[in-house]
Structure formats: structure tokens, C-alpha cells
Design a protein around this ligand. Structure first.
Ligand code: PAF
Length: 282
């Protein structure tokens, strides 16, 4: 695996592969890789024959009181994991390479509506930062396919909409959430949990499972399902931001006839803010 830090170097490698008729698959990450990221690379391998991963902790998607400065950075370990997973090219730019005029004043990509609900309500500007950096990375790498985890379901929905709205020629592939044996969704932020909190955290998956079981059984009292989810999280000592049943296609409010549903939640536990989701159809 080769590591490059400049946009010019990525473009040169990808151009060369294209000239050889290769299909390029891309996995954008913020590093501190775990098994969930490896599964994204594995999904990429099913859709391409050359693989690029980026490692970039994007300042634009962190709020002023969020964990940008402390976000775990483990580049040497990430490089080993990517090489073992069969990645060909690791793109690890610094902030000035991605935001030559600074991230604060940079041109931004906004996906209206979808970016201000659910997580967007609690993290103003977050999805603008995500959409902006993903648009830039897709423009730089110019892959045939890009892979995103279903764990960040709202992010995935926003990226699909952005790609459609901007007529980008890239196929977006969703990779299923990877869970610990007790159901906790893998996330770099799990390492903020104390031992006690780590034991409590699977209650999030439990609450989601209870909700999707009710939906599978035909219960369409969404407000009651949401209330039960919030109560289960609060009883366990978490501080939920939301627990919400939505249409899986566009995250709007469902009605009794909606076929594709998703239950999404975000909750604080100690220093960590954890998000997760489940679909009754899967
Ligand atoms: O999901 C993430 O790790 C990030 O939001 C992404 C897509 C790499 C953009 O910074």
C-alpha cells in the first residue's frame, strides 16, 4: 500500500489506474480504524479492483464544543489495518491541503432539510461539514464507487441526496453496521466510555431491537414506540437526544402505510455521544 498526502498524488495514481481500465473504490474515514472500517474496505473490494481510503479528521464537521482536538488519531495503526485489508492507496492529507483558505471561510455544501433534523438539530453545521468534505474527497479521488457505513444512517442518506443533487458520477454503497458481541455498534467514540458505561451502552441496541420488534409485529403507534425507547435509555442512565421512527428513504415522518422504516437514536453516556439505528426490514 502506498501512502500519499497531496491531492496531486492521488489524482495521478487514480488517473493511471483508469488508463489501465481499473474500477476504483473509495472509503473515506477519519482514521482510528476498527473492525467496522475494515468491513467498509471489504465491501469496497466487492465493487472495485483498486482501493483508496482517506484518513482525514475534518474540522468543519465538529462543533465548537466537540471533540476535534481530542478525536483519537492513530495513523500508524490505521496504515497497518488498511494494508492488511488490501487497500492500495491511503490518502492522508493535512487540513491545509483540503482547506487551502481555511475551513472556516471555505465554500460549503448544504443539503437542506435533511441536515437540520435528528442529529443535525443537536449538532448544528455538522452535516454541512460532512457534505462539504465528502464532496471534496469524491472530487479529488473521483472513484467509481464510494462506501459508507449504515451506522451513520443520516449521513448516508445526506450523501446519497448530495450525490444525486450534484449529479456526481459515483455509486454509493452502504455497508451494514458492525457490532460488538453484546450488540453495541462499533465506533471510535466507544473508547470514551468507562468500564461501567461500556457495560451499560448495549442498552441502546436493546431499545432499538424492542422498537423494531413492535414495528415488525405491525404496531404503528410511532409516538408510543419512541416514548418507550426514550424511557428505556433514561432508565439505564443515558441522556437521549432523540429516539425516532422515520421513513428510511428520506427520514421524514412515516405514516401507517410506510413500508421502509428506520429507528434512529442518539444518546449521551458519560463523555461519549453514541448514535445507532435499526431497520425492521433487515
Ligand atoms: O463517517 C465518517 O467517518 C466521516 O463523517 C466522513 C464520512 C469520513 C467525513 O469526514
Amino acid at each position: 500500500m502506498e501512502t500519499v498526502t497531496t491531492i496531486a498524488a492521488v489524482r495521478e495514481r487514480v488517473r493511471r489506474w483508469r488508463a489501465e481500465g481499473r474500477r476504483v473504490a473509495f472509503v473515506p474515514t477519519m482514521g482510528n480504524l476498527h473492525a467496522g472500517h475494515v468491513s467498509l474496505i471489504e465491501a469496497a473490494r466487492r465493487h472495485g479492483d483498486r482501493f483508496v481510503a482517506s484518513i482525514f479528521v475534518n474540522p468543519m464537521q465538529f462543533g465548537p464544543n466537540e471533540d476535534f482536538a481530542h478525536y483519537p488519531r492513530t495513523p500508524a495503526q490505521d496504515a497497518r489495518m488498511l494494508a492488511d485489508a488490501g487497500c492500495d492507496l491511503m490518502f492522508m492529507p493535512d487540513v491545509a491541503e483540503i482547506y487551502p483558505n481555511g475551513s472556516e471561510r471555505a465554500t460549503r455544501v448544504e443539503v437542506p432539510g435533511l441536515s437540520s433534523i435528528l442529529d443535525g438539530e443537536f449538532r448544528p453545521g455538522h452535516f454541512e461539514g460532512v457534505a462539504t468534505v465528502v464532496a471534496k474527497l469524491l472530487h479529488i479521488v473521483d472513484p467509481d464507487v464510494a462506501v459508507f457505513g449504515e451506522k451513520d444512517f443520516q449521513q448516508l442518506t445526506i450523501i446519497r441526496r448530495m450525490v444525486a443533487d450534484l449529479c456526481l458520477a459515483v455509486a454509493i454503497v452502504a455497508a451494514p453496521t458492525v457490532r460488538e458481541p453484546d450488540g453495541l455498534a462499533m465506533s471510535s467514540r466507544n473508547q470514551y466510555l468507562t468500564e461501567d458505561e461500556r457495560r451499560t451502552a448495549p442498552v441502546i441496541h436493546g431499545a432499538l431491537l424492542a422498537a423494531v420488534e413492535r414495528l415488525r409485529a405491525g404496531d404503528r403507534d410511532f409516538a408510543a414506540i419512541e416514548r418507550s425507547g426514550l424511557e428505556a435509555l433514561e432508565r439505564a442512565g443515558l441522556r437521549p437526544d432523540y429516539f425516532s421512527v422515520r421513513r428510511a428513504d428520506d427520514l421524514s415522518g412515516p405514516d401507517a402505510d410506510t413500508r421502509r422504516l428506520v429507528v434512529l437514536t442518539a444518546a449521551r453516556l458519560g463523555r461519549a455521544r453514541l448514535i445507532d439505528n435499526l431497520q425492521p426490514g433487515t
